[in-house]
Design a protein around this ligand. Structure first.
Ligand SMILES: [Zn+2]
Length: 821
């Protein structure tokens, strides 16, 4: 009874507060706050933008815009239109419903006083000049990239994903430029609006009666000749998506641009998709990974046309939903197009090691994260969204069943077509099918909580065993999932395999008495699977000879994870993985094993390391698989420190006589050699520059290669330049430069960059593209291994307690190896 009285009291107080307090006004603050977004979503309807942009010939003159913005208004407050830029960029007078109004710009918003607005239809005319940041301007081309909230730096708009609008765009361009835009009859949010213009080659194609268009700058005929294959993969991806969803391609046209120096893999502007040339145009002798990676990228962006573009998240806290479905579909499409590949293995290889590389760190976070202001949205992106979410999705499909999942997704796409929805809206749709397998309770752990389980076993003399799942964050969560356990006998072969489903934190099973238990032998389990010290040598040996690919992959993953748990030293793991790799016949398993091996190099002491590099180099000459020889050569050519191996690479680079390396490899090798041989640095760079074929290649080289200068004052100066946003204009170049300045061989001098590099973090996040804070941190920290560097970073973290949690997570994630020692 007491509780009830309290509740009644509370509701009376609330009611009084409601009557006496005025409604809270919407704050005018930088960015797009959730409060503003909710208010506008309630009060704006039928938005359309008619835009014209004038692009001058000269790069140093600004792009100007003129805009007609139409909308229905239901609100009573002053209207905030987002514009990130100086007040002086907006023409002094704007027209609101035919009346001239002085432009009032405050905290990244143009304010229209309420008395100028009609309840109902409104028309606002605004002119001005655009900021360059999201225009990606180059000498003879530009492309816009607005995700998540950069449209507002180019033209005034309602820059939130649930205010979809119609776009109409006219471009006034320099002589000889072509363009591709995605103005569409269909409503899209501002982050999906885009145009590209400049000197591009245009290639049209028809597939299945559909017109496709490609824009590209590549001039190498071998690469351009890959376009028909790219169109084929686009067409197959479209067919597949139409079949799976039961919904026709939702937009009028399908075009894409292949860009050099592009900061993402791709971006899903409908009708105007952007792709990086690095993954689309393959060099000679592409590896299996590179071929799959291209298809995956095409399929991923195509799947977004339904998941993200047709149905869009309401707010960027659910940005991962579009990514998870794009990946989920891309994996399914890859299954069909590369039937000879073991896709379960490919899936695990693509996602598990990367997801775990973040999930094991102190910087990990739930798949779904809160977001108060869109200007923080970039921090939500990362390995958890791109790699753990697909694992979660695969497990959700296993939990619900493939048919129920597909029915739920179709129902979701139909219900929210050309509209917005949250993850919880989707869960509701999914649980309309097979409700006894609740997507909601599954999601509450896998999606809404961070981390992964630690799983171990206890076995008695009779072979009865308990499999125990522990939550390393102490919350007692249960990650529902299935995996296989096996018993190994004394002769190292499998006696028995048992599937286990972790519906609770302790599950019983049994194996033949006296056998050695091996957990997660099929690799499906996600988490840290403990191998005890006694079982370790037997398992390491047994796994290597198992005939099943999944068993061997799982072993590599489990062994590596036991190193991270402290159950193995770097030297022990190196030996195990090296033996493993020397016999490994499968390219995918070998690829991950090579990556793990190379990551261990910096954990070895100098003499161990020289030996290890020598062994890897020999294997790079002798392994049966070309892909292993290639990846070992590549990995080693960027990290080797042993003088003997450096000599060998110098010869390879000088003669360019390795048939399995390409121009890009030789360029990166030149950077490393120039650093390792400071006496010859300028000669090495001059030779490499001579070999470059295009202006784009030379611009990139001229920017990055400066870091190879052995003069420490020059290095310091380059670092100082990077602290200025305008020198980070081409982000992939900036991060390469930063990584070379922080090359492991440059400690302790490079330790002086750590503090200012971290101090710049908030500014980097404000001015850079969405992945850039993470890239900045990995380039800044990745080459440091010394206790001094560790101390600097620890001190910095301790003295910055108010750093935004998402930014702190990014830092802890990228400082993982440095903080590990
Ligand atoms: Zn995506």
């Amino acid at each position: 009874m007491k509780q009830k009285i309290n509740l009644l009291g509370a509701s009376i107080v609330l009611l009084l507060a409601f009557i006496t307090m005025p409604l809270q006004a919407v704050n005018i603050e930088n960015g797009v706050s959730k409060q503003l977004a909710l208010y506008r979503a309630d009060n704006l309807r039928d938005i359309s933008y008619s835009l014209s942009f004038t692009v001058p010939d000269e790069l140093d003159k600004p792009v100007s815009f003129f805009e007609t913005l139409r909308f229905k208004w239901l609100g009573h407050e002053d209207l905030q239109i987002d514009f990130q830029g100086a007040a002086s960029q907006i023409d002094g007078v704007i027209m609101v419903n035919g009346k001239a109004v002085d432009a009032l710009v405050r905290n990244e918003h143009i304010i229209i006083p309420s008395h100028y607005l009609n309840l109902g239809e409104n028309k606002v005319l605004i002119g001005g000049v655009s900021g360059d940041k999201a225009l990606n301007r180059h000498e003879d081309y530009l492309y816009t990239l607005f995700v998540p909230d950069h449209a507002r730096s180019v033209f005034p708009c309602f820059d939130q994903p649930d205010l979809k609008a119609q776009f109409n765009v006219e471009l006034d361009l320099p002589e000889g430029w072509v363009s591709l835009t995605n103005d569409t009859e269909r409503p899209i949010p501002t982050y999906l609006f885009s145009f590209t213009a400049g000197k591009f080659q245009v290639q049209p194609a028809i597939r299945d009666g559909r017109e496709l268009t490609a824009l590209y700058r590549e001039t190498d005929p071998d690469k351009v000749a890959q376009l028909p294959a790219i169109f084929d993969q686009v067409a197959l991806s479209l067919q597949w998506m139409e079949r799976y969803t039961g919904i026709d391609y939702p937009f009028e046209k399908y075009g894409f641009v292949i860009l050099p120096g592009y900061q993402f893999g791709g971006m899903e502007h409908p009708g105007c998709i952007q792709f990086t040339d690095q993954r689309m145009f393959l060099g000679p002798n592409p590896s299996a990974d590179e071929r799959m990676s291209r298809l995956n990228l095409i399929a991923h962006e195509t799947a977004h046309m339904w998941f993200g573009d047709l149905v869009t998240m309401r707010w960027f806290d659910d940005v991962w939903t579009k990514e998870v479905f794009a990946n989920f579909m891309a994996d399914k499409i890859s299954r069909e197009m590369f039937p000879g590949v073991n896709h379960d293995l490919a899936f695990i290889k693509t996602h598990y090691p990367v997801a775990m590389s973040t999930d094991r760190t102190q910087g990990t976070h739930p798949i779904q994260q809160p977001l108060d202001n869109l200007n923080q949205a970039g921090l939500l992106y990362g390995n958890i969204i791109y790699h753990k979410a697909p694992i979660m999705m695969r497990k959700l499909e296993q939990e619900k069943g493939a048919d129920a999942l597909r029915l739920g997704l179709r129902s979701y796409l139909r219900r929210f077509a050309y509209d917005n929805a949250t993850w919880d809206d989707l869960i509701n749709e999914l649980d309309k099918f097979e409700p006894e397998h609740s997507a909601r309770s599954f999601s509450n752990v896998w999606v809404k909580q961070k981390g992964m389980p630690v799983i171990s076993c206890e076995m008695d003399a009779d072979g009865d065993m308990d499999i125990i799942q522990r939550d390393p964050w102490g919350r007692g969560l249960t990650w529902k999932q299935g995996f296989d356990v096996a018993g190994l006998n004394a002769s190292s072969s499998i006696d028995d395999v048992k599937p286990v489903y972790m519906y609770s934190n302790r599950v019983m099973t049994s194996l033949p008495a006296g056998s050695t238990p091996a957990l997660n032998v099929n690799g499906e389990g996600y988490g840290q699977f403990v191998i005890d010290a006694q079982a370790m040598p037997l398992l390491a040996d047994a796994w290597r000879t198992m005939p099943n690919d999944m068993n061997r992959y799982a072993a590599v993953l489990n062994l590596n994870e036991n190193f991270h748990m402290g159950n193995l030293t770097a030297g022990q793991l190196f030996d195990m993985l090296f033996n493993f790799l020397s016999h490994e016949p499968n390219e995918l398993i070998a690829s991950t094993t090579s990556d793990f091996l190379s990551a261990l190099l910096s954990r070895l002491d100098a003499s161990q390391r020289y030996t290890a590099e020598g062994r890897m180099f020999n294997m790079a000459q002798s392994h049966n698989l070309q892909s292993v020889r290639q990846s070992l050569l590549r990995l080693l050519s960027l990290q080797a420190v042993s003088p003997e191996i450096i000599d060998r690479f110098y010869d390879i680079w000088k003669n360019q006589d390795s048939p399995i390396l390409n121009n890009r490899d030789y360029t990166r090798m030149a950077y490393h050699l120039a650093i390792m041989r400071p006496g010859q640095w300028d000669a090495i760079l001059a030779t490499q520059r001579e070999r470059l074929k295009t202006d784009d290649e030379r611009s990139e080289f001229d920017f990055i290669s400066r870091a190879c200068n052995p003069d420490e004052q020059v290095q310091q100066q380059l670092f100082d330049e990077l602290l200025q946003a305008e020198n980070r204009h081409v982000e992939p170049w900036a991060r390469s430069l930063l990584a070379l300045l922080n090359d492991p061989t440059r400690e302790p001098y490079s330790n002086r960059y750590l503090e200012p590099g971290l101090d710049a973090l908030e500014e980097i996040q404000r001015t850079g593209d969405i992945f850039f804070p993470g890239y900045w941190l990995s380039s800044l920290l990745g080459g440091h291994h010394s206790p001094e560097a560790q101390q600097i970073v620890k001190t910095w973290i301790n003295t910055h307690p108010s750093l935004a949690p998402a930014l702190k997570n990014k830092l802890l994630e990228n400082a993982y190896w440095l903080l590990l020692q």
